[in-house]
Design a protein around this ligand. Structure first.
Ligand code: AQP
Length: 345
């Protein structure tokens, strides 16, 4: 069937959102809202997979992430904003997909290997099954486009494998239900665009900027004030050389490449343009300019986030409204899926 274009994406409410989440995902989401029907989720069920979360802190984090979505520019009257746990269809479809996905597919997931680390035996089953729930998150809305950072590419491939196998396992039932081209679930496409699809740590240009990095100096949080942003950029690791004039000069210089990429993304320009302006400069000069750009771009978002979180009842109302609209789409798709599988009811 020709699927209606529908965007789905989400973020985990685990600690502060950072510049990687902002540039790699949120900025794209806001752009896609202008042209597409969009569903943006706060994936609270994913948030409890890696480690035990303090319930009070989890509630705060869910509201903070909602505020970040809106402060970054999303309009809750246009897009559907909600927290995952309010729509039980995600978990129900994930169970069916647990029986579709193969162990071998999940064993290849690099994020599980990274997050479970050496203590694999002690990782939760939820962490292992995370990509299956992610597939259900997307497909329970028949999502067709998924704007994410590069780190999520492998999970999106798994989502496509699950959709394909489900379509194939139930091809007879799907045909009998009137889907003449055999497609019940779409093969969702990752949307990975822009200069900041992988923002790296400020302390180590080979590691991605991440909420769970032990060093706060490794990332710029969306809640950092102007002084903190400037201090973190000033302390960012660099090498001894100045900035090159050509992009090729950034090869094998991960820290320099990262800072130039961040500047380009914040200014909506290209790395080449940045190097045209700063080629030959010392990092001390460039870092000052970068701090100014980062502060100019993030300070209004930060102020709006603080304003929004001061009214938690309004955030809860937005999430409730979003979850009702999300359920209205998800429940008929789940009911149809159950009928295809052979469940009575
Ligand atoms: N460094 C990054 N560069 C570009 N995009 C990024 N994203 C995350 N880090 C970067 C994108 O942000 C979206 C939401 O991510 P998430 O909250 O679901 O979790 P994550 O990918 O696990 O983010 P973190 O910061 O790395 O958290 P931890 O440390 O808990 O693992 C996704 O679209 C992601 O691609």
């Amino acid at each position: 069937m020709a699927f209606k274009p529908r965007v789905f994406s989400g973020m985990q409410p685990t600690g502060n959102l950072h510049l990687g989440n902002y540039l790699g995902a949120l900025v794209r989401w806001v752009e896609m809202e202008k042209t597409h029907e969009c569903i943006y989720c706060i994936v609270d069920m994913h948030a409890i997979t890696a480690a035990w979360q303090d319930p009070k802190e989890l509630q705060t984090a869910i509201r903070d992430v909602t505020a970040a979505y809106i402060a970054a520019g999303l309009d809750p009257r246009k897009s559907i904003l909600f927290n995952q746990s309010q729509v039980s269809a995600h978990a129900e479809l994930a169970w069916i997909f647990n029986c579709t996905a193969r162990l071998g597919w999940l064993n290849r997931m690099t994020q599980f290997k990274e997050k479970a680390g050496k203590d694999r035996e002690n990782a939760s089953i939820g962490l292992y099954g995370y990509p299956v729930l992610m597939a259900a998150d997307i497909l329970v809305y028949r999502g067709t486009h998924v704007p994410v950072g590069e780190d999520q590419k492998q999970h999106l491939e798994l989502t496509r494998d699950i959709a394909q196998k489900f379509n194939s396992d139930y091809r007879k039932e799907i045909a009998e239900a009137g889907y003449t081209d055999g497609e019940f679930f779409p093969l969702a496409e990752p949307v990975i665009m822009g200069t900041a699809t992988r923002v790296m740590s400020l302390r180590d240009g080979t590691k991605k900027m991440s909420k769970s990095d032990a060093s706060d100096l490794s990332r710029i949080n969306m809640t950092d004030d102007a002084d903190t942003i400037a201090r973190k950029i000033q302390k960012a690791k660099t090498d001894a050389e100045g900035l090159p004039s050509e992009e090729a000069g950034l090869a094998s210089r991960p820290e320099a490449d990262n800072l130039v990429g961040i500047y380009a993304a914040l200014k909506d320009t290209t790395k080449l343009e940045v190097l045209r302006e700063f080629g030959g400069s010392q990092f001390s000069t460039f870092k000052k300019a970068l701090a100014d750009v980062a502060v100019t771009r993030l300070t209004p978002v930060n102020a709006e986030m603080r304003r929004l979180v001061s009214d938690p009842a309004e955030i809860d109302r937005i999430l409730k409204d979003g979850s009702e609209r999300a359920r209205a789409i998800a429940e008929p798709i789940l009911a149809e899926t159950k009928r295809l599988v052979g469940f009575i009811g």
